[in-house]
Design a protein around this ligand. Structure first.
Ligand SMILES: Cc1cc2nc3c(=O)[nH]c(=O)nc-3n(C[C@H](O)[C@H](O)[C@H](O)COP(=O)(O)OP(=O)(O)OC[C@H]3O[C@@H](n4cnc5c(N)ncnc54)[C@H](O)[C@@H]3O)c2cc1C
Length: 395
């Protein structure tokens, strides 16, 4: 198995690196490394300007087909771009839900009118999106969504509640899973609707997370109208569209994220040396073991890339989320142990968390979002190990 990149791919890496380094050490130096998990509120205007700059220079949506405004880059090149982005300390992307989730979904399932209406603004970095899937009783069991929508002339009228909606407070649009038919089995009565966040009847209530910030929100819809034609894939086909979108969620950016983890690890290693903590034999073991796990993650990502066109060899992709989520959570705990008692201290009140504190606190979420580790193990049980389907709980 050849896990190396070609000379052409390495040339692309050089170009991407030069572009990112120039901007992030020049006009956008202030936002370098900002806006990541637990730091979502930082430098909002600067990061919005960054989205537009990337869009103007053709560095958003690089994997979208050329006819939809992208560059049509191969998965390998997309991963290289994500790796370089993380290595350069690119800021948390405000446009990632538009670019990585709804954009590919519209390209795959949307009507030509929907594609024309939304894709250009997403690509230019001018339109932000959020994901209205989860509800208080529909997380792992997503098909249980109770938010409902009824067709009333030329509009859908949406009522219900979503929860854990990341970035809703900054978004222009939300894609909403809503029940549009109660008389059919639950997977079949769901539609995938596009709802403008400034429509009447929407209330956004931020949820304070353990980081003290509010990346996610509750979103209430009280007879909120949206246009009748803004249903993706047709009424009642929402489950198929929703599952298609989740496949995009595990794309190039997660394969490239190991470089971001490596940056975090490098800072930790330096901090350990500066504080003389490398004399502690147990910490030395843990640092070395973490480095080994990061290397394994890298090789597994490369293996997945090599197998991208051979779905029968999908073992490495099944374990990827399980593996990196646990690894990253352990990295957060290691950061705290390296810093010792100082890790728990903040300046003044209200306080700003340090990078290590954000890492520890935010990584608790890694084993939950995008499908919890337990759900991921169920998938491995059924699809990779061929175990019988999970027994349904009755009652
Ligand atoms: C930081 C963060 C951001 C998020 N952003 C968004 C967003 O933008 N939009 C959105 O729609 N959602 C978002 N989510 C929600 C996320 O998708 C859900 O939290 C996740 O799917 C789990 O659902 P739940 O929280 O309802 O937990 P539940 O489904 O209630 O699960 C509770 C516990 O039971 C376990 N469990 C449940 N079912 C099974 C089973 N069958 N077998 C074994 N164990 C089981 C779970 O693993 C978990 O440990 C976000 C979550 C987080 C943490």
């Amino acid at each position: 198995m050849d896990l190396s990149f070609t000379p052409e791919e390495e040339r692309f890496r050089k170009d991407a690196r030069a572009y990112l380094d120039e901007l992030l050490h020049g006009d956008f130096a202030e936002i370098r490394g900002r806006g990541g998990p637990g730091d979502e509120h930082a430098c909002f205007d600067g990061r919005l300007a960054w989205e537009r700059q990337l869009g103007a220079d053709g560095w958003t949506c690089v994997g979208w087909p050329v006819e939809f405004g992208g560059r049509g880059l191969s998965l390998d090149l997309q991963v290289i771009f994500c790796e370089e982005y993380a290595r350069a300390g690119g800021p948390g992307r405000l446009g990632h839900i538009g670019e990585g989730l709804i954009g590919p979904t519209l390209i795959h399932f949307g009507s030509p009118e929907q594609q024309r209406e939304f894709l250009p603004a997403i690509r230019r970095g001018e339109q932000l999106w959020c994901q209205g899937y989860s509800e208080p009783n529909a997380g792992s069991d997503l098909a249980n969504v109770q938010t409902r929508a009824e067709l009333d002339g030329d509009r859908w009228i949406v009522s219900g509640q979503k929860v854990w909606t990341s970035n809703a407070q900054w978004s222009d649009w939300c894609f909403v899973l809503a029940r549009t038919d109660r008389d059919v089995p639950k997977h079949k009565g769901i539609s995938f609707l596009l709802v403008p966040m400034d429509a009447p009847g929407i209330e956004i209530r931020p949820i304070v997370q353990i980081t003290g910030t509010s990346e996610f929100n509750e979103v209430f819809f009280d007879e909120t109208p949206t246009r009748a034609d803004l249903v993706v894939g047709g009424p009642g086909n929402g489950w198929k569209v929703a599952m298609g979108l989740l496949a995009f969620e595990r794309g190039a950016s997660t394969l490239g994220q190991q470089f971001g983890f490596l940056r975090e690890f490098a800072e930790l290693r330096s901090a350990a040396s500066r504080r003389g903590r490398t004399k502690d034999p147990v910490l030395r073991q843990r640092l070395a073991s973490m480095w080994g796990r990061l290397e394994i993650q890298r090789w597994n990502s490369l293996r997945m890339l090599t197998m991208a066109d051979r779905p029968e060899l999908s073992g490495p992709s099944y374990v990827a989320k399980l593996y990196w989520a646990r690894l990253h959570r352990d990295l957060g705990e290691l950061a705290f142990d390296v810093l010792g008692p100082e890790a728990a201290l903040c300046d003044g009140h209200p306080y700003e968390l340090t990078a290590a504190q954000r890492l520890l606190l935010y990584t608790r979420a890694d084993t939950i979002y995008g499908g919890s580790n337990q759900i991921q193990r169920n998938i491995i049980g059924e699809r990779a190990l061929g175990l019988p389907a999970e027994p349904k709980v009755v009652g």
